[in-house]
Design a protein around this ligand. Structure first.
Ligand SMILES: C[S@@+](CC[C@H](N)C(=O)[O-])C[C@H]1O[C@@H](n2cnc3c(N)ncnc32)[C@H](O)[C@@H]1O
Length: 276
């Protein structure tokens, strides 16, 4: 029986993902198929290859190609104070819950290049809590973590970030937090002091601590339903009782098996508090 081109492509994608998992340990098999396929087609175009099988051949034999593939497929879009209303809600509704803790552990899961971790650091510094926090900023992609660790971002982004910061309740001159040099803004090293950067794969790695706040924003939209549920289990198990989970604007706990284990702290901003 002859398969259509589309069916052949699906077979090839399955083989590519299986090969990557077995060779490199990255497991994309339960990512949402439509967006994953778009990224694979983009990787093929970038590599100037005509078939998924050709991409598989190159990815499996050339670790540099795998690195490029990882950047294409893991979608690193992010920004500082992304969705400012979310950070305003953290200031108003989460900070009062954290204030009495002697020590605060925060997990920024799927942190990309770190802009979210610095946003948190700035907010916590302004709220007088920076001295007693540790932010664990994790991502599956080492290259993005290196960018986070460096804390250097394009200067041309600072206008947008300053506006976001103000909408998120910030009242300082935003330029207090970085020094500008040529085309770049380098964030103050005092903000980096309590941020730990570490690789962690939400699909294959276990929990590594108990946290008072977990942000996992705009990561699970790329997963299929069963993988989303597995990751929700991991996040639930990693939160202290009364701890807070923050999701992305298009994400929610509705329809997950964990809905009943949280109360809504701010439904609009996707902030949930673990109650049992
Ligand atoms: C769209 S970015 C979101 C970044 C940030 N959380 C935000 O909301 O701005 C998605 C990030 O999730 C990471 N990611 C994708 N799959 C992951 C996995 N299995 N484990 C950990 N991080 C993952 C990607 O590398 C990427 O940095």
């Amino acid at each position: 029986m002859k398969s259509s081109n589309k069916e052949v492509e699906e077979i090839e994608i399955g083989l590519l993902l299986e090969g990557i998992y077995r060779q490199y340990g990255y497991d994309f098999r339960d990512y949402a198929p439509a967006s994953l396929k778009r990224r694979i087609l983009k990787a093929m175009a970038d590599e100037k290859l005509n078939t998924v099988s050709a991409l598989q051949d190159r990815v499996l034999h050339d670790p540099a190609c795998m690195k490029r593939f990882l950047l294409t497929v893991s979608i690193d879009v992010t920004s500082m104070f992304r969705d400012p209303g979310f950070y305003l809600a953290i200031r108003k509704k989460v900070i009062p819950l954290l204030r009495n803790q002697p020590f605060i552990r925060i997990w920024d899961a799927g942190c990309s290049s770190g802009e979210q971790a610095y946003s948190l650091a700035i907010l916590l510094e302004e709220e007088g809590l920076y001295g007693k926090i540790k932010v664990y900023a994790t991502d599956l992609n080492d290259e993005l973590l290196e960018r986070g660790k460096a804390g250097i971002y394009p200067l041309k982004k600072m206008k947008e970030y300053t506006e976001n910061y103000k909408k998120a309740g910030g009242s300082m001159p935003f330029s207090n937090y970085y020094t500008a040099r040529y085309e770049n803004a380098r964030f103050k090293s005092s903000l980096k002091k309590n941020i730990v950067w570490a690789p962690h794969n939400l699909v294959t790695d276990a929990s590594f601590n108990e946290f008072h706040l977990i942000l996992c924003r705009n990561v699970m939209i790329y997963f299929n339903r069963s993988l989303q549920n597995r990751v929700h289990k991991l996040l639930y198990e990693s939160l202290a009782i009364s701890g807070v989970l923050g999701l992305g604007s298009k994400e929610s706990l509705n329809l997950t098996p964990y809905d009943d284990y949280y109360e809504e702290l701010d439904g609009r901003e996707k902030l949930y508090r673990k109650i049992k």
